[in-house]
Design a protein around this ligand. Structure first.
Ligand code: DX5
Ligand code: ZN
Length: 223
Protein backbone atom coordinates (compact mmCIF):
# COMPACT_ATOMS: atom_id res chain seq x y z
CA UNK A 1 0.00 0.00 0.00
CA UNK A 2 1.45 3.38 -1.01
CA UNK A 3 1.00 6.13 1.57
CA UNK A 4 0.89 9.65 0.19
CA UNK A 5 1.20 12.26 2.97
CA UNK A 6 -1.01 15.32 2.50
CA UNK A 7 0.66 18.41 3.96
CA UNK A 8 -2.66 20.21 4.39
CA UNK A 9 -2.71 19.65 8.16
CA UNK A 10 1.06 19.82 8.61
CA UNK A 11 2.61 22.64 10.61
CA UNK A 12 2.83 25.18 7.78
CA UNK A 13 5.09 27.36 9.92
CA UNK A 14 7.61 24.55 9.99
CA UNK A 15 6.72 22.78 6.76
CA UNK A 16 10.22 22.04 5.49
CA UNK A 17 11.03 20.23 8.73
CA UNK A 18 7.70 18.37 8.77
CA UNK A 19 8.24 17.18 5.19
CA UNK A 20 11.82 16.14 5.86
CA UNK A 21 10.62 14.18 8.91
CA UNK A 22 8.07 12.44 6.72
CA UNK A 23 10.74 11.49 4.17
CA UNK A 24 13.15 10.39 6.91
CA UNK A 25 10.36 8.20 8.29
CA UNK A 26 10.39 6.31 4.99
CA UNK A 27 7.80 8.08 2.86
CA UNK A 28 8.79 8.87 -0.72
CA UNK A 29 6.24 11.41 -1.88
CA UNK A 30 4.07 14.41 -0.98
CA UNK A 31 0.39 14.83 -1.83
CA UNK A 32 -0.02 18.53 -2.57
CA UNK A 33 -3.59 19.76 -2.15
CA UNK A 34 -3.92 22.77 -4.42
CA UNK A 35 -7.15 24.67 -3.76
CA UNK A 36 -8.35 27.87 -5.43
CA UNK A 37 -11.28 28.94 -3.22
CA UNK A 38 -13.53 28.54 -6.27
CA UNK A 39 -13.81 24.83 -7.10
CA UNK A 40 -13.55 24.14 -3.34
CA UNK A 41 -14.25 26.54 -0.44
CA UNK A 42 -10.63 26.81 0.66
CA UNK A 43 -7.45 28.39 -0.68
CA UNK A 44 -4.05 26.77 -0.16
CA UNK A 45 -0.93 27.21 -2.27
CA UNK A 46 0.26 27.41 -5.87
CA UNK A 47 3.31 26.93 -8.10
CA UNK A 48 5.74 29.28 -6.27
CA UNK A 49 5.11 27.46 -2.99
CA UNK A 50 5.60 24.10 -4.70
CA UNK A 51 8.86 25.27 -6.31
CA UNK A 52 10.10 26.30 -2.85
CA UNK A 53 9.21 22.89 -1.47
CA UNK A 54 11.03 21.22 -4.37
CA UNK A 55 14.16 23.31 -3.55
CA UNK A 56 13.93 22.26 0.12
CA UNK A 57 13.31 18.55 -0.53
CA UNK A 58 15.47 17.93 -3.59
CA UNK A 59 14.61 15.91 -6.69
CA UNK A 60 13.99 12.45 -5.23
CA UNK A 61 10.61 13.11 -3.60
CA UNK A 62 7.61 12.43 -5.85
CA UNK A 63 5.25 15.42 -5.91
CA UNK A 64 1.66 14.28 -6.40
CA UNK A 65 -0.42 17.40 -7.09
CA UNK A 66 -4.16 17.20 -6.45
CA UNK A 67 -5.59 20.15 -8.37
CA UNK A 68 -8.85 21.20 -6.75
CA UNK A 69 -9.04 24.21 -9.03
CA UNK A 70 -11.49 25.46 -11.65
CA UNK A 71 -9.16 25.86 -14.59
CA UNK A 72 -6.80 22.90 -14.29
CA UNK A 73 -6.85 22.06 -18.02
CA UNK A 74 -5.31 25.45 -18.80
CA UNK A 75 -2.97 25.79 -15.83
CA UNK A 76 -1.63 22.29 -15.06
CA UNK A 77 1.65 23.08 -16.89
CA UNK A 78 2.58 25.61 -14.17
CA UNK A 79 2.49 22.80 -11.61
CA UNK A 80 4.66 20.53 -13.72
CA UNK A 81 7.09 23.42 -14.23
CA UNK A 82 7.08 23.96 -10.44
CA UNK A 83 8.26 20.38 -9.96
CA UNK A 84 5.18 18.14 -9.81
CA UNK A 85 5.60 14.60 -11.16
CA UNK A 86 1.93 13.58 -11.00
CA UNK A 87 -1.13 15.74 -11.69
CA UNK A 88 -4.65 14.77 -10.65
CA UNK A 89 -7.51 16.84 -12.01
CA UNK A 90 -11.18 16.73 -11.01
CA UNK A 91 -13.59 15.38 -13.60
CA UNK A 92 -16.11 17.91 -12.25
CA UNK A 93 -13.80 20.81 -13.13
CA UNK A 94 -12.54 19.92 -16.63
CA UNK A 95 -14.37 20.48 -19.93
CA UNK A 96 -12.13 18.48 -22.29
CA UNK A 97 -10.95 15.60 -20.16
CA UNK A 98 -9.32 13.33 -22.76
CA UNK A 99 -7.34 16.24 -24.15
CA UNK A 100 -6.31 17.34 -20.63
CA UNK A 101 -5.07 13.91 -19.60
CA UNK A 102 -3.07 13.34 -22.78
CA UNK A 103 -1.59 16.86 -22.51
CA UNK A 104 -0.45 16.20 -18.92
CA UNK A 105 1.21 12.97 -20.01
CA UNK A 106 2.79 14.59 -23.07
CA UNK A 107 4.33 17.13 -20.68
CA UNK A 108 6.10 14.28 -18.93
CA UNK A 109 3.92 13.91 -15.84
CA UNK A 110 1.59 11.05 -14.95
CA UNK A 111 -2.12 11.83 -14.87
CA UNK A 112 -4.84 11.08 -12.33
CA UNK A 113 -8.56 11.70 -12.40
CA UNK A 114 -10.27 12.69 -9.14
CA UNK A 115 -13.94 11.89 -8.50
CA UNK A 116 -15.93 13.63 -5.77
CA UNK A 117 -17.93 11.36 -3.46
CA UNK A 118 -21.14 11.81 -5.46
CA UNK A 119 -19.50 11.40 -8.89
CA UNK A 120 -20.02 7.91 -10.33
CA UNK A 121 -17.01 5.93 -11.61
CA UNK A 122 -18.76 5.84 -15.01
CA UNK A 123 -17.35 9.36 -15.49
CA UNK A 124 -13.88 7.81 -15.54
CA UNK A 125 -14.53 4.76 -17.71
CA UNK A 126 -14.06 6.38 -21.13
CA UNK A 127 -10.56 7.55 -20.15
CA UNK A 128 -9.66 4.60 -17.93
CA UNK A 129 -7.57 3.10 -20.79
CA UNK A 130 -5.18 6.08 -20.71
CA UNK A 131 -5.21 7.10 -17.03
CA UNK A 132 -2.35 6.47 -14.61
CA UNK A 133 -4.58 6.74 -11.54
CA UNK A 134 -8.10 7.41 -10.30
CA UNK A 135 -8.49 9.39 -7.07
CA UNK A 136 -11.65 8.40 -5.21
CA UNK A 137 -12.53 11.21 -2.80
CA UNK A 138 -13.71 9.77 0.50
CA UNK A 139 -14.39 13.24 1.89
CA UNK A 140 -15.89 16.30 0.24
CA UNK A 141 -12.82 18.17 -1.00
CA UNK A 142 -11.58 21.34 0.67
CA UNK A 143 -10.32 20.41 4.11
CA UNK A 144 -8.22 17.93 6.05
CA UNK A 145 -9.42 16.15 9.18
CA UNK A 146 -12.90 15.24 7.89
CA UNK A 147 -14.74 11.97 8.48
CA UNK A 148 -14.43 9.10 6.01
CA UNK A 149 -17.47 8.63 3.75
CA UNK A 150 -17.91 4.86 3.92
CA UNK A 151 -20.45 4.75 1.09
CA UNK A 152 -17.50 4.92 -1.34
CA UNK A 153 -16.90 1.20 -0.70
CA UNK A 154 -19.17 0.09 -3.54
CA UNK A 155 -17.56 2.62 -5.88
CA UNK A 156 -14.06 1.39 -5.04
CA UNK A 157 -15.01 -2.25 -5.55
CA UNK A 158 -16.61 -1.48 -8.94
CA UNK A 159 -13.59 0.54 -9.99
CA UNK A 160 -11.27 -2.26 -8.88
CA UNK A 161 -13.19 -4.70 -11.06
CA UNK A 162 -13.18 -2.33 -14.05
CA UNK A 163 -9.39 -1.91 -13.81
CA UNK A 164 -8.80 -5.65 -13.28
CA UNK A 165 -10.93 -6.37 -16.36
CA UNK A 166 -8.98 -3.77 -18.34
CA UNK A 167 -5.65 -5.31 -17.31
CA UNK A 168 -6.78 -8.87 -18.01
CA UNK A 169 -7.61 -7.71 -21.55
CA UNK A 170 -4.08 -6.39 -21.97
CA UNK A 171 -4.92 -2.83 -20.98
CA UNK A 172 -3.09 -0.36 -18.75
CA UNK A 173 -2.70 -0.81 -15.00
CA UNK A 174 -4.42 2.12 -13.27
CA UNK A 175 -3.74 2.89 -9.61
CA UNK A 176 -6.66 3.47 -7.24
CA UNK A 177 -5.87 6.28 -4.82
CA UNK A 178 -8.29 7.09 -1.99
CA UNK A 179 -8.24 10.55 -0.53
CA UNK A 180 -9.71 11.72 2.75
CA UNK A 181 -10.34 10.34 6.22
CA UNK A 182 -7.80 7.51 6.02
CA UNK A 183 -6.52 6.42 9.45
CA UNK A 184 -4.96 3.38 11.06
CA UNK A 185 -8.43 2.05 11.97
CA UNK A 186 -9.62 1.81 8.36
CA UNK A 187 -6.52 1.52 6.14
CA UNK A 188 -6.49 -2.30 6.09
CA UNK A 189 -10.16 -2.34 5.09
CA UNK A 190 -9.31 -0.02 2.21
CA UNK A 191 -6.63 -2.44 1.05
CA UNK A 192 -9.20 -5.25 1.20
CA UNK A 193 -11.46 -3.15 -1.07
CA UNK A 194 -8.65 -2.98 -3.63
CA UNK A 195 -7.11 0.44 -2.96
CA UNK A 196 -3.44 0.82 -4.00
CA UNK A 197 -2.58 4.25 -2.62
CA UNK A 198 -3.88 6.10 0.42
CA UNK A 199 -3.59 9.82 0.94
CA UNK A 200 -3.15 10.48 4.65
CA UNK A 201 -3.18 14.01 6.06
CA UNK A 202 -4.34 14.40 9.64
CA UNK A 203 -3.58 10.75 10.26
CA UNK A 204 0.10 11.62 9.87
CA UNK A 205 0.35 15.31 10.70
CA UNK A 206 -1.42 15.90 14.01
CA UNK A 207 -0.52 16.81 17.55
CA UNK A 208 -1.10 13.38 19.06
CA UNK A 209 2.14 11.90 17.75
CA UNK A 210 5.13 12.46 15.50
CA UNK A 211 4.97 11.59 11.80
CA UNK A 212 7.20 8.62 12.54
CA UNK A 213 4.88 7.34 15.28
CA UNK A 214 1.76 7.90 13.19
CA UNK A 215 3.32 6.18 10.16
CA UNK A 216 4.30 3.23 12.31
CA UNK A 217 0.66 2.96 13.45
CA UNK A 218 -0.53 2.89 9.84
CA UNK A 219 2.04 0.29 8.87
CA UNK A 220 1.16 -1.85 11.89
CA UNK A 221 -2.48 -1.77 10.84
CA UNK A 222 -1.46 -3.05 7.39
CA UNK A 223 0.43 -6.07 8.71
C1 DX5 B 1 -9.16 17.18 0.88
C2 DX5 B 1 -7.79 16.74 0.36
C3 DX5 B 1 -7.23 15.57 1.10
C4 DX5 B 1 -7.05 15.85 2.61
C5 DX5 B 1 -6.69 14.57 3.33
O1 DX5 B 1 -9.75 18.06 -0.04
O2 DX5 B 1 -7.85 16.40 -1.01
O3 DX5 B 1 -5.97 15.21 0.51
O4 DX5 B 1 -6.02 16.80 2.78
O5 DX5 B 1 -6.61 14.89 4.71
P1 DX5 B 1 -7.17 13.86 5.78
O6 DX5 B 1 -6.33 12.60 5.63
O7 DX5 B 1 -6.94 14.55 7.10
O8 DX5 B 1 -8.61 13.61 5.47
ZN1 ZN C 1 -6.03 15.51 -1.83
Amino acid sequence: MIIAPSILTADLGNLGESCKNAMNAGLDRLHLDVMDGSFVPNLTFGPPFISMLRDVLGEDVLFDAHLMISNAENTFQQYIDAGCNHISVHVEAVNHLHRCITAIQESGATAGLALNPSTPIENALEVLPILDSVVVMSVNPGFGGQSFISSVENKIRRLRKAIDDQVSNGGKVVEIQIDGGVKSHNIQTLRDWGVDNCVVGSGLFNNTGTVEQNLAELRKALK
